[in-house]
Design a protein around this ligand. Sequence first.
Ligand code: AMP
Length: 424
Amino acid sequence: MKVLVIGAGGREHALVWSISRSRRVSEVVCAPGNAGIAQLARCIPASPKDLDDLLRVTGSEGPDLVVVGPELPLSLGLVDELQRRSIPVFGPTQKAAQLESSKAFAKRFMQRHKIPTAAYAVATSEQQALESIDLFHLPLVIKADGLASGKGVLMCETRREATEAISGLMGGKLLGSVQSSIVIEEFLTGEEISFLTMTDGKHVVPMAPAQDHKRIGEGDKGPNTGGMGAYSTDGMVDDQMREWIVNHIALPTVNGMAAEDSAFVGVLYCGLMMTARGPMVLEFNARFGDPETQAILSRLDCDLVATLEACVEGRLSDTELRWKPGASACVIAASAGYPGSYVTGRRISGLEEAARVPGVEIFHSGTALVDGHYVTEGGRVLGVTAAAATLDQSLSLVYEALGRIQFEGMYYRRDIGHRSLKSA
Ligand code: AMP
C-alpha cells in the first residue's frame, strides 16, 4: 500500500520512519517533508497551511492511507474533505479536533463528561475576565482559546500579572491577533505526563508514556519552545495507573465525543498533571506530539500501520501495540537564537558519524539539502533519538551522537531526562 504523510518536521520524520518499516507498505510519500524525510520517502512540495494544495497532492497521488501530522490541517478540516472524497485518513475531523483547537470547548466538554481537569472559567470580554479572576486563588493560569503553538498559556503569580495577561491576549499584543475568548484556570502542581492513545472512535489503545521539556534553558528555565527533548520510560506510569487513565480520562473522552456526534479518530493526546488529587487533564492534542513521537516510536515493537488502519476502519478492539521494554530519549539540536530569531543555511557536519552510534536514529526537524550538503532550515533542526534498556543508557547514546554533529550556533540541552533520573 501507499501511505501519504502530511507535515514537515521531526514528528513526521519519525512517522515516515516507522511507517516505512511496515511490510504492508510499498511506498511512502510526504507533503512537504524535509531533507531527512527525503532519505525514506518521496517528498512533494505543498503547504500544510493550504487545504487546496493538500487536496491537490492527495488527488494526484491517490494514496491508500493519509496520516496527518500537524494540528493546523486538522483544524482546517482536511480530514472532512478527504472523507468526502472516500480517501482513508488517520486523524480527527474538524469538529472532533476542537478538543485541541478550542480550549474553551475542551474545558466545557470535560465538565459535561466529568473528566478530571482544573477548575476554570471562560471569558469573552475583558470585563468578564477581570471579574472571573477574583474567583481564583493565585497563582492562576490564563490561556488563549485557540491554537497558539504553545505561546498562549500564561502563569500569573499576581493579580496585576493576570490583568496584564488578559489585556495582552484580548487586545492582540501578545499573540498578534485579538483573542475573543480566553480560559482562566486553577494552577495545578505535580509531574506532567504526555499520555498518547490511538482511537478508532470507540476503543482506545495507549502508547508508551512520555515527558517533554518545553523550555529552552537547562533546569527548565527561559522561554517556551516547540519542545527541546522528550523521553519515555516504563516506570513513568505503572499498569494500574495506565488502566485508570484509560478508564477515567481517555475512554470517557472518546465515548463523550461519539455521544456528541463527533466521533474522534486518530491520536488522542492527553497532557496530564499528576496531582495529589490524581491525574488531571491540562490539555488535549488531536495528533502526535513533537518531539514525544520521536521518543515514543523509537520504542515501538510492532507494525504501526496495522494500528493506523485499524483506527481508520473502526476495528481497534482486535489490535494492540507492543513496546520495547526500557526507555528512550530524544534531544533536539536547535539553531542559536531559537525560539527567537535565528539564521538558517548553516552547514551540518558529522551526521554519518553520529548515525553510526548503535541504536541512534536522527530525525530531521528543519533541514534542507543544498549542493549535496545538509544545512539548517529551522529553529529546531534535528532530534537525536535512541531506545535502550534504561533512560541513562538511552541518553548516553543520544549525547554521544550529538557530540559528533556540528553546525554553527548548534544548541542543545544537556539535562534532558534529569527529572526522571533524579527520582530514579
Ligand atoms: P497547555 O497548552 O494547556 O498544555 O499548557 C502548556 C503548559 O502550561 C503545560 O504543559 C503546563 O506546563 C502548563 N500548564 C497549563 N495549564 C496549567 C495549570 N492549570 N496548572 C499548572 N500548569 C499549567
